[in-house]
Design a protein around this ligand. Structure first.
Ligand code: OFO
Length: 164
């Protein structure tokens, strides 16, 4: 049986993951409006990953006999985006925020001596290393090309090759 503190914290994390999906969806919409279909594709896969992350927490709560409580997703994350660089910088910052959330959950699971939760969270610890690396690499690429239309086109093509 899952303890109340872990259940509440995991429910909050479901919201964080779905808010991440919502954030990336707003970014995908911007890329479509700019005709950057490779970046839009990259964001679509990112959104799908975030929903999968939320579902891992959702399933874990149920498997441990707990109750899932869905909460309102913040619309503050949905901005009027202005450029690919601004978007990927925001993505990188957002992933750093998610890493901090996961680290707090790991700490709580240890304080609560909830070993199944600690083991479950290890996947997310590893995943966050990848999430930060992926977004910061795109930031570097975009910084390198600056305002060059050809450069943005090349980055768009590269991101369009992202596999699931
Ligand atoms: Fe982007 O890793 Fe989940 O939120």
């Amino acid at each position: 049986m899952i303890g109340k503190k872990i259940q509440d914290a995991f429910n909050k994390q479901i919201n964080e993951e779905l808010a991440s999906a919502y954030l990336y969806l707003s970014m995908e919409a911007y890329f479509h409006s700019e005709g950057l279909e490779g970046m839009a594709h990259w964001m679509r896969l990112q959104t799908q990953e975030e929903i999968a992350h939320a579902m891992k927490f959702f399933n874990f709560i149920h498997e441990r006999g707990g109750t899932v409580k869905l909460q309102t997703i913040s619309a503050d994350l949905h901005k009027n985006w202005k450029s690919p660089l601004e978007i990927f910088q925001a993505s990188y910052q957002h992933e750093q925020h998610i890493t901090a959330c996961i680290n707090d959950l790991v700490k709580l699971s240890k304080e609560e001596e909830d070993y199944p939760a600690s083991v479950f969270l290890q996947w997310f610890v590893t995943e966050q290393v990848e999430e930060e690396a992926n977004t910061s690499q795109v930031v570097q690429m975009l910084e390198r090309v600056g305002d060059s239309g050809n450069g943005i086109y090349m980055v768009d093509q590269a991101l369009g090759r992202r596999g699931a």
